[in-house]
Ligand binder design. Structure first.
Ligand SMILES: Nc1ncnc2c1ncn2[C@@H]1O[C@H](COP(=O)(O)OP(=O)(O)OP(=O)(O)O)[C@@H](O)[C@H]1O
Ligand SMILES: [Mg+2]
Length: 334
């Protein structure tokens, strides 16, 4: 197959030499859609994370336009809170998408260690994720992929949102109906295909705040089997019923913000039906009264990842199978 032609992507360079500018060290992320590999430039030794997608699979599954969209959207991102795409090219049947290596690891790993974040820690991450979502929405992009695995930390401990595989441009009052994203974080209107908008991202953000503070998903109650696995129909029922228990130690202000977000009808949710104007309302919420929004990214983060984290991610420890086969049974569509 003609590799360069197979994705017909005007945004993808076709310079084969570029492949040889890097040494490909090891897998640092593996999902149903892609493999993420740590790479080192042979020119300046700089580390990159390379998201690799098989072109053939994209063609076979009729996802060429989605992949082109991913490159286009990813390349357009402007905020320091969003992982940026540095270069993309096709080589030997694969699309290689390079971004800066984010050394601090995933928020999910940090959360696993703490189990529950104290209020000030959860507030810091919530605020930085809100800024990241706000800047996506400002560019008319709905994220649709909230999950602590997609929230990474820089070496200074600041948030970098990754995982734009479901991001989509939505103009004005548009919505999109496909169900995608992590099931724990899906808003009711997404579940019943009533239309995803930026308001659905704010719902997911509300779930994230609850999860960071409480250590559990707000809709897991009675939806877990005896091994702790989610029973999906029960989870979805809980989401649609929208009943959430708030442990007293969550604090009144955090609970009031989460209550304003986990509202079944997007029109009554904080930020309103489209969610486009949510950020200023969120910034003004009393839970954030101590947050200096303008200088947030210059302040000291509550947790500075250890300096040897790069080694952990890129060094001898390797938790992923390096064999060639990405899982390819994924069927989420846009
Ligand atoms: N720039 C990066 N630096 C370090 N690790 C990264 C980087 N990008 C991705 N990763 C790791 O790879 C994992 C998967 O990356 P990503 O979320 O982009 O791909 P995906 O899950 O296949 O796609 P998507 O989330 O868009 O559906 C991340 O959760 C993270 O652990
Ligand atoms: Mg991801």
């Amino acid at each position: 197959m003609q590799v360069a032609a197979c994705l017909r992507c005007p945004n993808v360079a076709r310079n084969r030499c570029k492949y040889n500018y890097f040494r490909y060290l090891r897998t640092i992320g593996l999902s149903t859609r892609s493999r993420v590999v740590l790479a080192k430039s042979i020119v300046d030794s700089r580390l990159s994370a390379v998201k690799i997608i098989k072109c053939k699979t994209q063609v076979e599954k009729n996802r060429v336009w989605q992949t082109n969209d991913l490159v286009r959207i990813w390349r357009s991102l402007l905020s320091p809170a969003l992982q940026s795409l540095q270069r993309a090219f096709c080589h030997a049947g694969r699309l290689y998408m390079f971004s800066e290596f984010i050394a601090g690891g995933e928020l999910s790993s940090l959360h696993e260690k703490f189990r529950r974040f104290p209020n000030h820690v959860a507030r810091f991450y919530a605020a930085e994720v809100a800024q990241a979502l706000g800047s996506l929405h400002e560019q008319d992009i709905v994220y649709r992929n909230m999950h602590p695995d997609n929230i990474m930390l820089s070496s200074q401990g600041h948030v970098k949102l990754v995982g734009f595989g479901f991001a989509k441009v939505l103009r004005d009052t548009d919505s999109t109906r496909t169900i995608c994203g992590c099931h724990d974080y899906l808003a009711p209107e997404v579940l019943i295909s009533e239309g995803t908008t930026m308001a659905s991202d704010w719902w997911s953000w509300g779930v994230l705040i609850y999860f960071m503070l409480a250590g559990t998903n707000p809709f897991h109650e009675a939806a877990l089997d005896k091994h702790g696995n989610v029973i999906e129909p029960l989870l979805y029922q809980n989401i649609l019923r929208c009943e959430v228990n708030f442990p007293h130690w969550l604090g009144d202000q955090a609970a009031s913000l989460i209550r304003a977000l986990l509202v079944r009808d997007p029109a009554s949710r904080l930020g309103g039906k489209t969610g486009r104007d949510a950020l200023p309302l969120i910034m003004a919420h009393p839970w954030f009264s101590d947050v200096l929004w303008e200088t947030l990214r210059d302040t000291k983060a509550p947790y500075i990842p250890p300096a040897d984290d790069t080694d952990k991610n890129g060094g001898s420890l390797n938790k992923y199978d390096e064999s060639d086969d990405e899982q390819e049974n994924e069927d989420d569509e846009r």
